[in-house]
Write a protein that binds this ligand. Structure first.
Ligand code: GLP
Length: 244
């Protein structure tokens, strides 16, 4: 779906999420959302906050699981994804404390494999993700599933690509300060979501959007796996559609 700009597109995505939350509430159920960080979803979260304030959209029945977190990472660090999510969404809506989940960047390395298995199990216990929001990295990654990730990969510790670390340099004030690893939801789990929406804005995303949508399905471009999903959409602006 190609929109004139990221504002219009983000509003459409926020509307879809809000409709899901409201429908689930009507049915007396929880909406299980897979959420993403990065600059791409910021306007979606801003619109959801607006809907909460102005239209009474409640997040009381929302349970969320974030895609990823740097490792190691303290929760209160400026760059932590839990802090990002609090600032961009959770602190501004009525989602109950305890209803949002993120990979924990402080788990000791020897307990990490168990943490990852448990994270997937927690999602399962809620009946799986109703909706997964994604961005796309400059190398075609989704979450922190770097090129080479398999379609059935599980939640795990990933070594970050140099391009990914270079893109995060600004946030950390120097390449040497960017963590070398991250915990990410695996492609296998992402693909189990009932609905997937990937956001991409700007010309710098155009090449990878084209490779992901029109190229062959390959581990070289993890976002290309979404071609195999029955209900996945790329919601992009005109600039990101430049090479389609
Ligand atoms: C990071 C995140 C990804 C995100 C990507 C793109 O690598 N882990 O989930 O999709 O950045 O970020 P942006 O949306 O800022 O372009």
């Amino acid at each position: 779906n190609i929109y004139a700009d990221s504002e219009e597109a983000s509003k459409a995505v926020a509307r879809e999420i809000a409709n899901l939350i409201r429908q689930k509430a009507k049915d007396g159920k929880q909406a299980i959302l897979g959420l993403a960080t990065g600059s791409s979803p910021k306007k979606v979260y801003a619109e959801l906050i607006r809907m909460h304030r102005e239209e009474g959209l409640s997040f009381k029945n929302v349970v969320s699981f974030n895609l990823d977190e740097y490792y190691p990472m303290e929760a209160d660090a400026v760059q932590s994804y839990i802090r990002f999510m609090r600032e961009q969404l959770f602190d501004h809506v009525d989602i109950p404390a305890g209803n949002f989940h993120l990979p924990d960047g402080t788990v000791p390395i020897e307990k990490l494999a168990e943490f990852c298995r448990d994270y997937e199990q927690r999602i399962e216990n809620y009946g799986g993700l109703d909706f997964q929001l994604l961005g796309i990295g400059r190398n075609g990654h989704i979450g922190f599933n770097e090129p080479g990730s398999l379609v059935n990969s599980r939640t795990r510790l990933m070594t970050l690509d140099l391009t990914t670390r270079i893109d995060a340099t600004g946030d950390f004030g120097g390449l040497s300060k960017v963590p070398k690893k991250a915990v990410t939801l695996g492609i296998g789990k992402i693909m189990e979501a009932k609905r997937i929406v990937l956001l991409a804005w700007g010309e710098h995303k155009a090449e990878n959007v084209a490779r992901a949508v029109e190229g062959s399905v390959t581990s070289d471009v993890p976002a290309s796996y979404l071609q195999l999903h029955p209900n996945a959409s790329f919601i992009i602006d005109v600039a990101a559609a430049a090479q389609l």
